[in-house]
Design a protein around this ligand. Structure first.
Ligand code: PMP
Length: 365
């Protein structure tokens, strides 16, 4: 028997492996591996989700209209230019399906999010990376990597896993330096965690200014709703129209839409999450940086990269193993070309205290 052959490129994809959620032998698990909301979802979102249960026999509204109206109101955006998806992953995939094909190039910076190459290879396109400076996207190096075949450029701002960001002026300079027929996607999954950066905007104003920039957002991070798979994007009218044609008829489930609407109504909860994240992240970084040989890199997201010494027995792999055995689950990021680092999501204060103690024990061991 001969198995059917998948299209070229598909067998080059290394399957995306999400953060681990369990650890053999550990009785208590502290999951810090997927940048999920430390404080969980808003109680209002949980209530809305539970209320939706009696209507699960009904298809959802295919256009996610009530949710889009709520997003338009909250963020002062045009309703018709918002498209919802099953996580921003789906929107990234749809954008690539719509605007890149076999042999085209999809460009992103060196330590960019792994979904970009996965989705690019899925359509037979070629993922291309541009070198970073100090683990920060470099507009000059992205522009230098553009070729005739470049169709899409992705910039995650702030970026996962590095936690760095580029200013809105730099994003605008990138847009200005790209050919008009190249789509720029500003992936703003972690935008809400940015506090007090005067020169940072998530990118919506750039979308409004031209026909070739899209901003993607998610409910998985600040809203603590990764489990319902809900994301959205803000796109110029012609691109929003293309995405609406290409998406599955009912791509966002009914419970997801209703929980999303309720989450958007709970500003107090969101503000508390932002405050918790900034305070806990900076406390954790400071404590890690007191430990000899370790470095917690600056981060603008809800996670921190901790750099371990290269010495065998004390490196990131050994730290990962030690932490896992004690039920504290970080994320190895060798697949991002950063094998000397562990990415650690910001959890509750108690979780971070235990995580810190575990790392101290590892160092002392
Ligand atoms: N973009 C970035 C930069 C991310 O880190 C993630 C989540 N890991 C996503 C997009 C996708 O998030 P979701 O599909 O849950 O919206």
């Amino acid at each position: 028997m001969t198995a059917p052959t998948p299209r070229p490129g598909i067998l080059d994809i290394a399957p995306y492996v999400g953060g681990k959620s369990s650890s053999a032998g550990a009785t208590r698990v502290i999951k810090l591996s997927s940048n999920e909301g430390a404080l969980g979802p808003s109680p209002k979102a949980i209530e809305a989700l539970q209320k939706s249960a009696t209507r699960l026999h009904r298809y959802p509204d295919g256009g996610s209209d009530i949710l889009r109206a709520k997003l338009a109101e909250k963020y002062d955006l045009e309703f018709d230019q918002i498209v919802c998806g099953a996580g921003s992953d789906e929107l990234i995939t749809l954008l690539i399906r719509a605007y890149a094909g076999p042999g085209d190039e999809v460009l992103y910076s060196q330590h960019g999010f792994l979904m970009y190459p996965i989705a690019a290879k899925g359509v037979g396109a070629v993922p291309v990376t541009a070198a970073e400076t100090n683990m920060t996207a470099s507009v000059d190096s992205i522009l230098a990597a553009v070729t005739d075949k470049t169709k899409i450029v992705f910039v995650a701002n702030p970026n996962n896993p590095t936690g760095t960001y580029i200013t809105s002026a730099e994003v605008a300079r990138l847009r200005d330096g790209l050919r008009e027929d190249i789509l720029l996607v500003v992936d703003a999954a972690y935008a809400e965690f940015m506090t007090g950066q005067e020169d940072y905007t998530a990118g919506a104003e750039l979308v409004a200014k031209g026909d070739n920039t899209v901003m993607t957002r998610t409910f998985s991070k600040i809203y603590g709703l990764g489990g319902i798979r809900l994301g959205w994007c803000y796109a110029p009218p012609a691109i929003a129209d293309v995405l609406q044609r290409l998406r599955n008829p009912f791509n966002v489930g009914l419970p997801s839409q209703e929980a999303g609407v309720a989450a958007l109504e709970d500003d107090d909860f969101v503000n508390a999450c932002v405050r918790h994240n900034s305070e806990t992240r900076e406390w954790f970084r400071e404590e890690i940086n007191k430990l000899s040989g370790l470095k917690a890199h600056p981060s603008y997201g809800n996670f921190v990269m901790v750099e371990f010494p290269m010495a065998e027995g004390k490196n990131a792999d050994a730290a990962n193993e030690f932490m896992m055995a004690r039920g504290v689950i970080p994320r190895k990021i060798g697949a991002y070309g950063l094998p000397q680092m562990l990415r650690i999501s910001i959890g509750t204060l108690e979780e971070m205290q235990i995580c810190l103690q575990t790392i101290k024990d590892f160092i002392a061991n």
